[in-house]
Design a binder for this molecule. Sequence first.
Ligand code: TXA
Ligand code: MG
Length: 343
Amino acid sequence: METTQEIVDNLVDNDRVYEQAVGILNSGGIVAFPTETVYGLGAIATNEQAVQRIFEAKGRPSDNPLIVHIGNQSDIEKYATDIAEIADVLLKEFWPGPLTLIMKKKAGVIADVVTAGLDTVAIRMPDHPIALALLRKLDQPLAAPSANRSGKPSPTEADHVYYDLIGRVPLILDGGETGVGVESTILDITVTPPVILRPGGITKEQLENLIGTVHIATLPTDQTVTPRAPGMKYAHYAPEAPLFIIEPNADSIAHALETSHQQNKRVAMIGPDELYTERADWYFSTGSIHNREAMASSLYKLIRQCDNTEADMILAIETDHSGIGAAVMNRLDKASDGKRFTE
Ligand code: TXA
Ligand code: MG
């Protein structure tokens, strides 16, 4: 399969590109497109065979359910039922935007493979002009996970998608860098109080300001069941070199680098401007230590950059858990598999 990457902006003939994308999707194919969080790999969510192609292209286990993307708020009634009242105020405030809601699934509309046999469905309306234009022209819901090969960081640029999925996807819509940089927050509103299954672009603080207490999901003990929360059963991604989290302390960092160098290990670091050190073999900056949004938006790209070095290990400097810091640390915890550099 040949992979075409098409820039979509105000200077090119967008209609032609959208027509091409809609044509591929309507004939059961897959298309990669930008959202405000990360690039998605979409297929029409009511078409079982089309959705199956997503799993094949990504190399992703098909018992991990997908998010359904919609182009208009009112579409939720087509795919969900018994919608909790709280949805109203959440939609008004955060849609379009990086908030995915888990609701009771309406029978017989969305393909079963999308929801992995669950009786719930994950729905979001992305806040990106290209995603919204595509959804509205298509006039169908799109099932779309992040457009990376399984085990790689989510793509925040079209080139990341191309690198991962060349020969596996016919068309990539290139809308430049995504903004938020980490995936949407997944909120289960079938329970009271609602539960955050995955921290993301909309913070716990933002949610609680609007609707009061929300809980955060903990790891299930039974690993044989279909995961209730994303990434709880599956490793999300693992960098090629082992990644360790380290505290934001210049002395600890200097000590860690010295120890690693004594063992002839080369170290790539991810951290803020303020903790830059020449002693690291590579230092990839996330911007100012006070700017957690910048850390979120650059994180996946910087992990990919670490993978492109010859580093034997990666040290990622932790940030505090407030605001979008919770999502950043959730992704780093997964990438590190819980490893911290101590000693
Ligand atoms: O920002 C995002 O959400 C991106 C962009 C492309 O929209 N999408 C994304 O999709 O991150 P994905 O497939 O990488 O993550 C979806 C997660 C899965 O890990 C899955 O466990 C969870 O959503 N999920 C989907 N349906 C669910 C359901 N009915 N109940 C619980 N979790 C669900
Ligand atoms: Mg993903």
